[in-house]
Design a protein around this ligand. Structure first.
Ligand SMILES: Nc1ncnc2c1ncn2[C@@H]1O[C@H](COP(=O)(O)OP(=O)(O)O)[C@@H](O)[C@H]1O
Ligand SMILES: [Mg+2]
Length: 274
């Protein structure tokens, strides 16, 4: 079969999977919110009960031996610690779910008020975990830098998340690939989100295998891929450019040095929430 037809069929299958997965994950995210909130709230409440308990013990400390008193205090301190860990990790889970719901809330192609740093963060980690699940020995460090208090802005969250995912997947692959024949090498990806004047800047930089001159020239060509069949379709960057430039009126720039790494920047004009 013609390679392009094969690639296209594969991309269609992937699309189908993604669409089904998107629907499912939105449903799951929604359903998991309530039980998670219960876990968090009951842990918080239990933490408060522990404090009450300590007060009662304090008021009655003359009725306990010194040893028993110490043990009770230790146990309660551990329990309080456990409760706050449950709250912390529960809140982390809620944050992931919020990311998924945020993205699934808008209709196709609809601009809605969004927390862009939150979206970028969640999709960076989704990509990372997908890579970890699919590639053996995938172990990299991710350095994140999100400007604080970026105001909500109008974007198409479904598309923006897709663009972040595409670039992040490529970055993950590039470092993973380089890792295969360089055991000493320390794979690293840096992500930053900030505003500059009227623009939002999202940067994803890797210290992976970098691009050849041919790859740089053909980067956005549909079906251009240097990956083996099944790993790449060559459509990711074309879609990403469409999302950033045509849909959001922004610009993608990149810089890449073979064997050293690649850096992508999305510059998106800020559309304020009215
Ligand atoms: N971060 C990167 N590091 C190295 N090469 C990259 C990177 N991003 C993109 N490329 C090159 O651009 C090609 C096209 O990317 P893309 O359109 O996402 O298709 P695919 O990932 O399916 O190959 C990749 O096959 C790769 O050669
Ligand atoms: Mg890709």
């Amino acid at each position: 079969m013609d390679k392009q037809v094969e690639t296209l069929q594969q991309q269609l299958k992937e699309q189908e999977k993604l669409a089904a997965l998107g629907m499912l994950s939105a449903g799951i995210a929604h359903e998991i919110q309530n039980p998670l909130n219960f876990v968090i709230n009951f842990s918080k409440m239990s933490g408060k009960l522990m404090s009450d308990l300590i007060e009662i013990v304090e008021d009655n400390k003359d009725k306990l031996s010194e040893e028993d008193l110490e043990e009770v205090n230790d146990i309660v301190a551990d329990l309080k610690d456990n409760m706050s860990k449950i709250v912390e990790h529960g809140e982390r889970a809620i944050s992931i779910i919020r990311g998924i719901l945020l993205v699934s809330r808008g209709k196709d192609g609809e601009f809605i008020p969004s927390d862009v740093a939150h979206i970028v963060k969640e999709y960076v980690w989704l990509s990372y975990h997908a890579m970890r699940a699919n590639y053996k020995n995938f172990n990299i460090s991710i350095h994140e830098n999100y400007q604080e208090n970026i105001p909500q802005m109008m974007v198409i969250p479904q598309d923006l998340s897709r663009a972040v995912l595409n670039v992040m997947n490529n970055a993950c692959y590039a470092v993973w690939k380089k890792q295969q024949d360089n055991p000493e090498y320390e794979p690293k990806i840096e992500v930053s989100v900030k505003t500059e004047g009227n623009n939002l800047l999202i940067n994803i930089s890797d210290n992976g295998e970098g691009m050849t001159d041919e790859a740089k020239q053909r980067l956005y060509d549909n079906f251009y891929t240097t990956k083996p069949i099944g790993q790449g379709t060559g459509l990711g960057m074309g879609i990403t450019r469409d999302i950033i430039e045509s849909r959001h009126g922004g610009k993608i720039t990149f810089d890449s040095v073979l064997n050293e790494g690649t850096s992508f920047t999305f510059q998106i004009p800020i559309r304020q929430v009215k």
